[in-house]
Design a protein. Structure first.
Length: 280
């Protein structure tokens, strides 16, 4: 992949964030990335959980080593012509300088964007101190300066069970924006009021909304709230695991095979990948 292709993808990713609303699905391997691209999505995002589960690992902080994650991200980047945003967890470092070093390595894979979260991985103190969290985002932004890679800053207050999660999100995301984040993201938002307040708090910078289960809002309704980007996190990977386990449990339990009727036909998958191989 040449530098021109990387620059074009990064420019396309930036353009997607300037107006409207788009869905960025999360593949977990090369095949799922290719299939999602074939469905017409305009960009892709990695899923730390989707990849961890495929390796038989939990989605806990850095359970997948940084080098393995970088290799996976690079595979997704090379799998399709689409821009890729990397779910880069908390940057594989605690201190700002370490985050900056990790971010440079991620940018070198050819990604068009990456996200850094404020989850420490320590159940006793699950969020980085506010000042340190902002400094980490500032260091990541500085490391990406001039690269064209969009930086998404995540506040994990809802996911870690913060007692005043919304207030903490509304305190941190504007600070992350001021520190240089290009996109703001608070996983766990579920209702229109919360979503609107976050969008307004960081405007005019774009917001990513995670929809990993039904929240009673359609893409059009979410777009009307001012959200620029919608991701599904581990949801597609878990949907695949769900189908797999339903069929396997049926065979292991009652010994019937009716769940296999829901499987994607062999021919459609084989034909898709055969065509992709010829065109590649």
């Amino acid at each position: 992949m040449d530098e021109t292709s990387i620059e074009q993808r990064r420019a396309a990713f930036q353009a997607l964030h300037r107006q409207g609303c788009f869905v960025i699905p999360n593949p977990w391997d090369i095949g799922s990335a290719m299939l999602l691209a074939g469905l017409g999505f305009k960009a892709l995002a990695s899923s730390s959980a989707g990849f961890a589960f495929s390796r038989g690992l939990p989605d806990t902080d850095w359970a997948v080593p940084r080098d393995a994650m970088l290799a996976h991200i690079g595979e997704l980047v090379r799998a399709t012509p689409l821009p890729v945003n990397a779910d880069y967890e908390s940057g594989y470092a605690h201190d700002p300088a370490g985050v900056a070093d990790s971010v440079r390595l991620c940018a070198a894979t050819g990604v068009a964007g990456l996200s850094i979260e404020d989850n420490t991985g320590d159940a006793a103190a699950p969020l980085y101190d506010h000042t340190l969290a902002v400094e980490r985002i500032a260091a990541a932004a500085e490391a990406l300066k001039g690269s064209g890679v969009l930086l998404t800053a995540r506040c994990e207050a809802f996911l870690v069970g913060h007692p005043e999660a919304e207030a903490e999100v509304l305190r941190r995301l504007p600070a992350f924006a001021e520190a240089g984040a290009d996109v703001l993201y608070a996983p766990g938002l579920r209702d229109a009021g919360q979503i609107s307040r976050v969008v307004q708090a960081v405007a005019p910078k774009p917001v990513n909304l995670l929809v990993s289960s039904p929240i009673g809002l359609s893409v059009a309704e979410i777009a009307a709230l001012g959200v620029r980007r919608i991701s599904v996190g581990s949801a597609f990977a878990r949907a695949a695991w769900g189908g797999f386990l339903r069929a396997a449990r049926e065979v292991a339990g009652p010994g019937s095979f009716t769940a296999l009727a829901d499987a994607e036909p062999f021919g459609s998958l084989n034909d898709f990948f055969r065509k992709a191989e010829r065109e590649g």
